[in-house]
Design a protein around this ligand. Structure first.
Ligand code: MN
Length: 269
């Protein structure tokens, strides 16, 4: 499966299950190291290496995204919300056939099945959040979009990457991919996620999903990048100001290189 391969390539190993217990132990060790001085994140030590699914380490220190996303937000979002989904999932799958599956498999198998919705929601939220942490990077934003397959796809499909010029009514005059992703994330009603994906026609798509939903449940879709638009992602820093959060993320910490890396190696552009 493409997603799994690309994830493995980037040492994104915590998506799989018990078979990665040794790696899980390593990453938990890393997590402890990163957060050694921070007593506010007790959940890291409560997820034991024996758990079926483990909370992956953040790819950066919890204060690395300041001032755009504070260490306080990360401590709750990662240390409480993300960790909570992992703990819930482990409790829910204990003794079931899902205890041995990969997250991707569980998400696909339990999608849209009412009696399995708790497993689905916690598995999908576990996956989505790991993907989100990797969709962010300190000192990134516009600055890291370098010529490559992604920029070629963007130029072919969207004309250009970014034009933030507005008319006298405040509307974009010639929006590029960045403005369209911004608008999609801003316009999503309620909790959910704004994604850049590659569809099965090898075209870029901007989409939003509700609650825990992800493109993994759509055949042939490859997630490239995601922005969490649940209020818990920005409430401590921006209160209800999703626009301020989105501007801060898209201008300064969105990881376009991650999106580029998620394109299938075989993709011809
Ligand atoms: Mn979240």
């Amino acid at each position: 499966m493409k997603t799994t391969q690309s994830i493995s390539r980037r040492k994104f190993l915590m998506f799989s299950g018990a078979a990665t217990a040794l790696i899980a132990t390593d990453l938990i060790g890393l997590g402890r190291q990163v957060f050694a001085a921070d007593a506010a994140i007790p959940t890291l030590t409560s997820v034991t290496p024996a758990a079926t699914f483990t909370l992956p380490a953040l790819p950066y220190a919890q204060d690395a995204l300041t001032p755009y996303i504070s260490a306080n937000t990360i401590s709750f979002h990662y240390g409480k919300h993300h960790a909570g989904y992992v703990t819930n999932l482990n409790n829910l799958v204990k003794g079931t056939k899902y205890a041995k599956g990969t997250l991707e498999k569980i998400i696909k198998l339990t999608y849209n099945q009412f009696l399995l919705s708790s497993i689905y929601n916690n598995a999908a939220q576990t996956w989505n959040h790991t993907f989100y942490w990797n969709s962010l990077k300190p000192n990134s934003g516009d600055k890291s979009l370098v010529p490559g397959k992604l920029s070629a796809l963007i130029n072919a499909q969207f004309g250009h990457f970014s034009d933030a010029t507005k008319d006298d009514k405040g509307a974009w005059t010639n929006p590029g991919l960045k403005q369209k992703l911004f608008d999609a994330a801003k316009g999503h009603f309620g909790s959910g996620w704004a994604w850049l994906v590659l569809n099965k026609q090898n075209q870029l798509e901007i989409m939003t999903t509700k609650n825990a939903d992800s493109p993994l449940t759509k055949a042939g879709y490859v997630p490239l990048l995601v922005i969490d638009v649940w209020e818990h992602a920005y409430y401590l820093d921006y209160q209800n100001g999703r626009v301020g959060y989105l501007n801060a993320v898209l201008d300064n910490i969105i990881n376009w290189q991650f999106a580029e890396d998620n394109l299938p190696a075989t993709l011809k552009v």
